[in-house]
Design a binder for this molecule. Sequence first.
Ligand SMILES: Nc1ncnc2c1ncn2[C@@H]1O[C@H](COP(=O)(O)OP(=O)(O)O)[C@@H](O)[C@H]1O
Ligand SMILES: [Mg+2]
Length: 370
Amino acid sequence: MADRIIPPGSTIGILGGGQLGRMTAMAAERLGYKALSYSPEADAIAGQVAPHMQGAYDDKAALARFANQVDVITYEFENVPEATVAACEKHKPVRPGVRPIHFAQHRLREKAFFRQAGLATATYQAIRSLADVAGATAFPGILKTCTEGYDGKGQARVANKEQLAEAWDKLGRPESILEALVDFRCEVSAIVARSLTGEARCFPIGLNDHRDGILRTTTVPSGMPPAILAEAERLGVQLANSLELVGLVALEMFVTRDGRVLANEMAPRPHNSGHWTIDACATSQFEQLVRAICGLPLGAVDVLAPSRMENLIGDEADDWLRYVSDPTARLHLYGKARARPGRKMGHVTHVFTSDLLTRGGLPPGSASRT
Ligand SMILES: Nc1ncnc2c1ncn2[C@@H]1O[C@H](COP(=O)(O)OP(=O)(O)O)[C@@H](O)[C@H]1O
Ligand SMILES: [Mg+2]
């Protein structure tokens, strides 16, 4: 085991240059690692905090140069082409590797994998042809493109075959999935790290509130009954084990009104619903990823304080002065130059500590008062 440890001082390569890569680089550097991100953009925001290399995902020569400068490689989004990961694997370990993105990139493959791994899902059917549309029965449902959808994009709610036909046409008739609409009580997510030795550790389950398909808030503790929390955690760990993952995976789930927990989608990377861990957990999800891929022991996942993470979307980030003036708020801005509607510009974690700490400051006589 010890010989497989990638020690501090080594360099972590990150495919992707967005906020997840940026926060992974920040966690890596805190532990004494260096980070190098790789993506096609010239102005990648990960490049504001650590070196960034600009290159196309299909540029094998550039990927080889990138891989040769790092000791281990991870990715910050699941739509990195499989061939990019395979090209990197020729030079350095990529954790987690090709397998998790193979499933996470394609909603039909993903749902089939969940079922095969023993995770229940909503009823679903493949939509690949007009015959599939004519034979569809999962109504009311949500039509989703198999690839490239995120934050509710590439989705349409449909009540019947006519609406399905129209919605599928509008999307351009791509390979799609029709999922029966789940009348859920709430949405939760499990973020699970799995180490080189196969140890899996789940962060406390977060309660997620989505609006218009975009995550708005995550609250921990979630207030869910212990049996539901245990089931959500069990599904997350089972998923990580089934993927034989080394790294981090997030599993989004529906809690139904009759108390069942259904797998919705996974992301084999740090996840927006885990941002609260930076300010309110013993180990952040980003540090946990670094630990897992470098062969270090996984960090403790104790909740340090109740918290609620709020995304700052579009021009909401203009309110930064309000957040920096609020003693319960920890503001994170991602350094994006332009706010567009629906674009995640930052987040704020409200950490609810005791009155003494938020209002009274340190008690008299404290050593740090000079
Ligand atoms: N089958 C479903 N039943 C009810 N709500 C759903 C269903 N699928 C998706 N949603 C809602 O839409 C949101 C986004 O869908 P999701 O499949 O997670 O795609 P995305 O990749 O856009 O996050 C979910 O968090 C949930 O609120
Ligand atoms: Mg989702």
